[in-house]
Write a protein that binds this ligand. Structure first.
Ligand SMILES: [Zn+2]
Length: 399
């Protein structure tokens, strides 16, 4: 099972303006009543209903040519998949299937752009972590993603690489292998920790997790942290003291991972809500609601975006200049072009993902009954690095 990758999302959100249809299909592949997969039947039913409801010939033809391959992908999905997402637009050369490690509801969306909100919510709401459990002789590297933890690599100071290499999860750069082979003798402590830092850094670079967790005795993790490559070192979200057990397994670190992730989430929640409260009190450097957040993103002023528990945010996007609005509008106030309806929550997350300058946080209710912490900001707020230097309600062309 592959986790969602940035590339998966970028394929789907990086479209110039198009007018043909994209069919986005989500299939629930979990087991119910001992049977798996009502998805094919349910999706086919949705198609029939949609076909009856759509009067536009173009839309129903689009459904016909898209759905065959999508239903086939559902039929041939890996048994371990919990869900499937498929995006089809033959006119753009797009047919993209993703098998998901998390459940999704059966859903079909026919629009000019792929509907990727469930993937973006997962991307931002279920962060992935690289976890390194290390002592002076061993490194065990784990990856936690979508609630699953897997061991992905290891390194042992006493065991030559030829022996370690026969394990399928043992993958690291050839350059490093080569120097190791040249030596063949046992590494000094410094050399071992440097090798550990290299392996962690290489994995960090290739998997781009949300954060890095270092587990081990404090002097060792501190030393490794200093030796990490710059971007990996900056991504350390937690250093936990933990003794090395003999042959640690996924289950041995899972509790620590869950605890670490929960602690990190709580700290992030407190930090973000604390920061928002201060800015709300001063009425300064904060964007409230989909319209202000989209303005700030489009002006490059937003650096952290905070969603509450609601995602119901109808918005619009100008077909001529591409400007996004956090409310439905027919005509663009900037260029006078025609605007079409979009999902503003999806637009905010898409812009944040492609700009790479803003991070997105999803703060659900701690329990189902507590109020939405972002209610006063209409569901979404952004921390800003600068106030607007122009009034968004005025057309630059004076129209
Ligand atoms: Zn416009």
């Amino acid at each position: 099972m592959m986790p969602i990758t940035r590339n998966d999302l970028e394929i789907l959100i990086d479209f110039p303006d198009q007018t043909d249809y994209v069919v986005s299909a989500f299939a629930d592949l979990t087991v119910r009543d001992g049977f798996r997969r009502f998805a094919e039947t349910e999706l086919a039913n949705i198609v029939r209903q949609a076909g009856a409801a759509l009067s536009e010939a173009e839309a129903s033809r689009a459904l016909d040519e898209h759905m065959g391959p999508i239903l086939q992908a559902v039929e041939h999905a890996e048994p371990s998949s919990k869900g499937l997402a498929a995006f089809s637009a033959p006119g753009r050369g797009l047919f993209h299937v993703m098998q998901l490690a998390f459940p999704v509801g059966n859903k079909l969306v026919l629009d000019e752009e792929p509907y990727v909100l469930p993937l973006l919510e997962r991307w931002y709401g279920a962060p992935s972590y690289l976890i390194a459990l290390v002592d002076s002789h061993e490194l065990h590297l784990f990856e936690a993603h979508s609630g699953r933890t897997e061991r992905i690599a290891g390194l042992n100071k006493e065991v030559p690489t030829e022996i370690q290499r026969d394990k399928p999860w043992f993958t690291y750069k050839k350059r490093f292998n080569h120097t190791w082979h040249e030596r063949q003798q046992r590494l000094t402590n410094d050399e071992f920790l440097r090798a550990v830092a290299d392996v962690i850094s290489e994995h960090f670079r290739s998997t781009s997790p949300t954060g890095l967790i270092l587990l081990g005795q404090p002097p060792t993790t501190a030393a490794v942290r200093r030796l990490l490559h710059k971007e990996a070192a900056a991504a350390v979200v937690l250093e936990h003291s933990q003794a090395m057990r003999s042959q640690p397994k996924t289950a041995d670190v899972e509790d620590d991972v869950v605890r670490a992730i929960e602690a990190w989430k709580r700290a992030e929640r407190d930090r973000l809500l604390g920061e928002l409260e201060q800015r709300w009190a001063r009425g300064h450097l904060v964007a409230n609601g989909p319209t202000e957040v989209l303005d700030a993103l489009q002006q490059g002023r937003a650096y952290e975006i905070v969603f509450g528990s609601s995602r119901a945010m109808p918005g619009s996007r100008c077909r001529s200049c591409g400007y996004r609005f956090g409310a439905p509008t027919v005509q663009c106030v900037y260029c006078g072009g025609r605007a079409s309806m979009v999902d503003a929550a999806q637009e905010i997350m898409k812009m944040a993902l492609s700009q790479r300058i803003a991070s997105v946080h999803l703060l659900d209710r701690p329990d189902g009954r507590a109020p939405d912490p972002l209610e006063r900001a209409h569901g979404v707020a952004a921390l800003l690095r600068a106030e607007a230097n122009w009034a968004p309600a005025t057309s630059p062309e004076g129209r």
